[in-house]
Structure formats: C-alpha cells, structure tokens
Design a binder for this molecule. Sequence first.
Ligand code: C2E
Ligand code: MG
Ligand code: MG
Ligand code: MG
Length: 275
Amino acid sequence: RSKTDGRGIARVFQEEMERSARERRQLELELHAAWRDRQLYLVYQPIFEATSGTLAGFEALARWKHPQRGNIPPDVFIPVAEETGLILPIGAWALMEACHTAAYWPSHLFVSVNLSAVQFRGTQAFHQVRAALDASGLSPDRLEIEITESTLLHEGPAVRATLDQFREEGITISLDDFGTGYSSLKYLQTLRIGRIKVDRSFVAEVEHSSETRAIVHAITSLAQALSLMCTAEGIETEAQRQIMLAEGCSHLQGFLLGRPGTAEDALRLALADVV
Ligand code: C2E
Ligand code: MG
Ligand code: MG
Ligand code: MG
C-alpha cells in the first residue's frame, strides 16, 4: 500500500512541477508579446519632503496591462524579465521614458528609476542611463537610481565601477528596501550612497512594535549621521507619517500621501505644486 501511495504522491508532484513550468513558459512568451505590443507602461508615485510636505519627486514604477488577464504586478513580471534577459530592453525603455517624462516637470523635482542587478552586468547600465539623459535633456542631478542590497551583494566590482560613474555624473544612488537584505553597512560609505529607503515592512509595523520602532530609529539615526537622505516607503496611516517624521526621515512615500499615477497625473501634480 505505502508503495502505491508513494508513487501516487510522486506523480502528483511531477504533474505539479510540469504545470508550473508550463505556466512559467507561458508567462515568458506573453511577456515577450507584451514588450513587442507595448503593453508595458510606467506609473509615477509622488515622494514628499517630510517636514514641509511639499512634492520632491516621483518614483517610476513599471506596469503590465495584459489584454485578457488585466494588470500583472511587477513583483511577478520583473523576475521573469530578469531571467529571460528582457529586463535589458525593458530597463533601457524605463529609463528613457522616465527621463523624458521628468524633463517636463519643474526643475526642482527628481525622478527615481529602479534598476535590476542584471542591468549592471558589463557596462549596460551606464550606457542606458547616459542615453536616457542625452535624449531627454534631463539634468543628471534630477535622476536617482534605485538599487537593492542584493544587487550590491551579487554583482561585485562591476557594480561598484558603474555606481562610481553615476556618482561622477551627479546622479543620486538610492538603496531600496533598506534593512531587508544582507549588505554590509560599509557599502553606504564606500559606494557613496545618497539615499536609503526604509522598507515598507518596517513602516507597516512601526506603530505597534517597539522592536520595529527601535530598528527604524537605528536606520534613521544612521542616515542622519552619514548625512544621507532617507525616504520612508509605504506610509499608509497618519500615525505612520507622524512617527517616520519624528524619526527624522527626510522624505515620505506611500498611499496615504499619493498613489502611483499616469504620466499625465504626475505632470498635473507637479505643476499644481508650484505656488
Ligand atoms: P519598490 O521599488 O520597493 O517600489 C515600491 C512598491 O511599493 C511599489 O510597488 C509601490 O506601488 C508600493 N507602494 C508604495 N506605497 C505603498 C503603500 O503605501 N502601501 C503599499 N501596500 N504599497 C505601496 P509596485 O509598483 O508593485 O512594485 C513592486 C516592485 O517591483 C518595486 O518595489 C520594484 O522592486 C519592482 N519594480 C517596479 N518597477 C520596476 C522597474 O521599472 N524596474 C525594476 N527593475 N523593478 C521594478
Ligand atoms: Mg524602488
Ligand atoms: Mg522599495
Ligand atoms: Mg520592493
């Protein structure tokens, strides 16, 4: 009996593996089609100065509107794009699009663009950024590049060289989802990171957990001691806003303050803010 059960379980497992591999392959094909058919677009989420509450800039975020399945979130399609190499053209397009959009905003506003580790292999990232700045005419000091700790961890010396080039151009390097990865604090200094973004998971708990509050306090104190800008991500409640402000974050981002919107929405907000 146990032999039969074992075989049965093995078969179910096998079928499950095959099904998920098939779905994965399907998603890859559909992402290729999406890229070809221009189903991808960018939305822009506002980022505000913490103390004054004035608009400081926007983060560009990729969206995929699938004709049948509706919106597929970037947490699903970006990893597929990374594995297939599609992230290279997609990443170049995102930089180009974001810089062109930001060039129409008042000149005190920045745009931040997320870059994948894959883009840092070779000299792709630098050339993509340079091309986007040249074509749009956007001043480099209005561009921020968001990377995660895992990018620093996995890509080694090539990343460092590219980040040095960015810094020389006057581009700000922003460390995204800070506190969730494994990178050394030493990176903040050696890579001359300009901004850290306190991960949304900390912000979500900061109201109710004294331990989380202590971690947030440590992160924001570090940012202040090193004169880094510090954005709190994922502000959803007034209490969170108050706490992150009190902890000394320089910038705030979250659904409470503004959801990601189209380029037209962003332009309207950018122009409305000019008094
Ligand atoms: P991220 O860079 O950390 O972006 C912040 C994410 O938090 C966005 O999710 C944003 O919509 C969401 N968010 C902002 N405020 C709130 C809030 O108050 N509450 C909640 N629940 N969520 C909030 P999104 O747009 O789904 O993007 C997810 C991730 O996908 C991004 O995380 C980023 O890692 C990646 N991603 C998005 N666009 C791109 C892109 O163009 N290139 C690359 N390489 N990655 C991208
Ligand atoms: Mg980001
Ligand atoms: Mg983040
Ligand atoms: Mg994230």
